[in-house]
Design a protein around this ligand. Structure first.
Ligand code: NAD
Ligand code: 6OD
Length: 505
């Protein structure tokens, strides 16, 4: 029988073991692992078993973390040259790779995602985020202007980038290490110090990264981690702390708005990567098989828990029926299963709470009269997996753009498929949504590809691909999907203050 016992990461300093073998995940403050004000349980998405106890940081621990981060700005970290910091960032990337299997185990334990996904995407990107931003800061261009002065001697102006200071980093649970290092990498590359608040659902890889920081010789206080929840907990304490100079956030749009309000006190800058309701647009002239494969990935990768994932599929009418049939076959071929089974294509959702939300949309779609092409419920799992957060991959037709299924972010393995008749119509319908994160356009018509990409109101438009991206490019959302862009030199706009120096000659 297929059953599973919870597995956790290999236990270094970041996770001592309590009685009963349950790891204790502590805050990482000033280079040390510290308790919080109470412990909360982290449960496995696979079977709801407790897999770790996590130390929740209260105001006192958050304050200690911010103080440590501030002190570190004025210590050896603050006097390092860019090249010295670059070496540290390379060492961090190497350190993650050296502990690859530990990161893999920790990420998979927390999320339940297929190991193949974490092995090929989450953990390698965790390392790459340090390497890429090391290369970016090594090659930052600076501005220089000569000017004339009334006395004829002239003056020169040059711009310098300085760290913004202590950066608060608030992270989600869907790609925990990837999305955390996506912020920590550039923040450290620019000479800042950070206090990270990982999601309460995924504390382990952030904690483990503390060990890598210490092993790489990163000075104490440069990287700090405080665990806990949002309101009334570490998230709120961090974002309202006056010692935090800038806040970078990834998560739901509603949470981003709350964080923006908190940041207004003290007029602190925010970078917000938020929700999406992304459209795939499939033209009849597409490479059919590529469009099917890409759309299946964009709907179901990571059990649909990818901000860039597709939840609306617009298909040009001549190929509509054939495309729906192909997506149905693909969804039904996805193997639901355990992370370490190489055949697994779909893992559980992150938690029972999130499953309730996703299933409420499955119920709503049925109530609204959607045609359920496939799925729509809960798979029959064996043994203790019955307690896990599993849902079926689900496709619907028969609802319009104004239904909540087409408008609201569900963040599960599901999509509404709708036909369209013209390019102008599909652009208008795709844009008629409060979100504006990403789109995937499937067509072999070159001019149409460019026209549609230019017209869709999103931060990222893919043509004949999905999730493909050079990390030097701008990343972020339009409309309610985000504020600001990160990636490559764009990250420097957020993580540095530009200062002009004018020298009279
Ligand atoms: P969430 O907004 O619920 O939580 C994100 C983080 O914010 C967590 O660490 C949480 O504890 C913290 N938090 C919650 N309330 C807070 C508050 N008032 N003050 C401070 N911190 C607070 O998001 P989630 O459920 O973890 O992640 C899923 C969401 O993230 C989806 O909406 C998804 O689209 C979005 N997301 C967006 C991107 C992007 O790049 N645009 C990437 C990944 C995920
Ligand atoms: O690839 C990235 O850098 C990135 N920020 C991806 C976001 C995925 C959202 O779930």
């Amino acid at each position: 029988m297929l059953t599973t016992e919870p597995k956790a990461a290999s236990h270094g300093a970041s996770a001592a073991t309590a009685d009963g073998g349950i790891p204790l995940i502590r805050n990482f403050i000033d280079g040390e692992y510290l308790d919080g004000t109470r412990w909360f349980d982290k449960r496995s998405p696979l079977n709801h078993a407790v897999i770790a106890r996590v130390a929740e940081a209260g105001r006192e621990q958050v304050d200690a973390a911010v103080q440590a981060a501030r002190a570190a700005l004025h210590g050896p970290w603050g006097t390092m040259t860019v090249n010295e910091r670059v070496d540290v960032l390379y060492a961090l990337a190497d350190g993650i790779n050296r502990r690859f299997d530990d990161f893999l185990a920790a990420e998979v334990a927390d999320t339940g995602k297929p190991m193949s996904l974490a092995r090929h995407i989450d953990i390698p990107r965790g390392a790459a985020n340090f390497r890429v931003f090391a290369d970016v800061v090594k090659n930052v261009p600076t501005e220089f202007f000569e000017m004339s002065t009334p006395d004829g001697a002239g003056a020169i102006n040059y711009a310098m980038r300085r760290p913004v200071g202590v950066v608060g980093v608030i992270c989600p649970w869907n790609l925990p290490l990837l999305l955390m290092t996506w912020k920590v990498g550039p923040a450290l590359a620019c000479g800042n110090t950070v206090v990270v608040k990982p999601s309460e659902e995924t504390p382990q890889t952030a904690a483990l990264l503390g060990e890598v920081m210490n092993a790489a010789g990163v000075p104490r206080g440069v990287y700090n981690v405080v665990h806990g929840f949002g309101p009334g907990s570490a998230g709120e304490f961090l974002t309202t702390h006056p010692g935090v100079n800038a806040i970078t956030f990834t998560g739901e749009t509603r949470t981003g708005a709350a964080i923006m309000k908190a940041a207004a006190d003290g007029a602190r800058p925010v970078s917000l990567e938020m929700g999406g309701k992304n459209a795939a647009i499939v033209f009849a002239d597409c490479d059919f098989d590529a469009a099917v494969e890409g759309t299946l990935r964009s709907c179901f990768a990571n059990a649909g828990q990818v901000c860039l994932g597709t939840e609306r599929v617009y298909v040009e009418r001549p190929v509509f029926e054939k495309f729906v049939a192909a997506l149905k076959a693909g969804a039904e071929a996805l193997r639901i299963g355990l992370p370490d089974d190489p055949a697994t294509g779909l893992g559980p959702l992150i938690s029972e709470e999130h499953r309730r939300k996703v299933l409420s949309y499955y119920a709503k779609a049925a109530e609204l009269g959607a045609t359920v092409v496939t799925g729509g419920g809960v798979p029959d799992m064996p043994g203790n997996l019955k307690e896990g957060a599993w849902v079926q991959p689900t496709l619907w037709t028969g609802l319009g753009d104004d239904s909540p299924i087409a408008r609201e972010e569900i963040f599960g393995p599901c999509a509404l498929i709708m036909p369209f008749d013209s390019e102008q119509e599909v652009i208008r319908r795709a844009n008629d949504n409060p979100y504006g994160l990403a789109t995937a356009i499937w067509t072999t018509h070159l001019s149409r590809a460019h026209r549609v990409a230019a017209s869709i109101e999103v931060g990222i438009a893919w043509v004949n691909s999905w999730f493909l991206r050079d990390l030097r490019t701008p990343f972020g959302g339009a409309k309610q999907s985000g504020i600001g862009r990160e990636g490559g030199v764009h990250s420097l706009e957020f993580y540095t203050e530009l200062k002009n120096v004018c020298v009279k000659l």
